[in-house]
Ligand binder design. Structure first.
Ligand SMILES: C[S@@+](CC[C@H](N)C(=O)[O-])C[C@H]1O[C@@H](n2cnc3c(N)ncnc32)[C@H](O)[C@@H]1O
Length: 283
């Protein structure tokens, strides 16, 4: 193995150990461009030099900076629109019916990146304000990336970012233009909370369980066992009659026996032990 190949492997192992994200051979090309900022900041030009710096016990937050730089934070508002539309169309009304006595819904976006997914959820509720009058809606977004969470908390997006997934009317309804970008209005910002959280560890018990958990486009790059274990933890985070929402094209089938697909709704899953899904399995 050439020195730089060995160094690439060390970097890939670091990423995987801290986040579960498996850097496949086909994604290795991203490493140098993703780390360009860190190379510049430290006056180095390749991963070999970076590995030497990392070996220094005084390297401080460098390892975390490397991990953050390598994470794929791709996201946008109302991602996978046809699936997202099923939330106000079917899933939220169903959950509202199940929670009509307590009038409370709790939602967790696990791996929320820079916040667009979480704010999209909040916009859904804000746009149906009358329907949800008197309800407590608790929405929390977590991500392993500290940087992503800071951006999410800021709630300020570039012109490019707000144009991805939002129509002009929606953009003007929920954002104000500011010198630093498009700033979400307080009525939407105040509906959500963000925290750093790693799917490799169990979520804090005080936050459990949720009526709806979104974990979209996160588990894709976990290896099989890590993904299986993550589903295990997610199953403990969902209410017995709640839902798990994955990204378009993601499934639980063949990955875990904790969740089963819901009928006619791709991307939405429920706990295998839930009586409704048990009846469906028998039928
Ligand atoms: C591709 S983005 C998806 C964001 C959003 N869910 C969406 O679908 O638009 C994946 C996010 O998962 C986060 N992530 C990766 N590994 C994680 C882990 N072990 N725990 C929590 N978040 C993780 C990354 O930092 C990144 O922000």
């Amino acid at each position: 193995m050439e020195a730089s190949e060995a160094s690439h492997q060390i970097i890939a192992d670091l990423l995987e150990a801290r986040t579960g994200q498996h850097l496949t051979e086909s994604r290795r090309w991203r490493v140098n461009s993703a780390l360009a900022g860190i190379f510049r900041q430290h006056g180095i030009s390749n991963v070999d030099q970076l590995v030497c710096l990392l070996a220094d016990p005084d390297s401080g937050d460098l390892a975390q900076d490397v991990v953050e730089a390598l994470l794929n934070n791709e996201t946008y508002f109302f991602r996978d629109k046809p699936t997202f539309d099923q939330l106000p169309g079917e899933i939220l009304p169903e959950l509202a019916e199940r929670r009509r006595d307590v009038r409370r819904l709790s939602i967790w976006s696990a791996g929320c990146s820079t916040g667009q997914e979480v704010y999209s959820l909040a916009m859904l509720f804000a746009e149906q304000a009358e329907r949800w009058q008197g309800w407590t809606i608790d929405i929390i977004g977590t991500d392993v990336s500290h940087r992503a969470i800071l951006t999410a908390r800021g709630g300020i997006y570039s012109q490019f970012e707000v144009q991805r997934g939002l129509g002009v009317a929606q953009m003007l309804r929920h954002f104000d233009e500011s010198p630093s970008g498009w700033r979400l209005r307080d009525e939407v910002r105040q509906m959500v909370r963000f925290a750093q959280g790693n799917l490799l560890t169990a979520p804090h018990p005080s936050r459990l369980p949720f009526d709806l958990v979104l974990c979209r486009n996160v588990l894709l790059y976990f290896d099989r066992q890590v993904r299986h274990d993550a589903f295990e933890r997610l199953s403990r985070a969902v209410m017995p009659d709640g839902f798990l929402m994955l990204g378009a094209g993601e499934t639980v089938v063949g990955q875990t026996d904790r969740f089963v697909p819901t009928q006619r709704r791709a991307s939405f899953f429920e706990l295998a032990a839930h009586p409704i899904s048990a009846i469906r399995k028998i039928a």
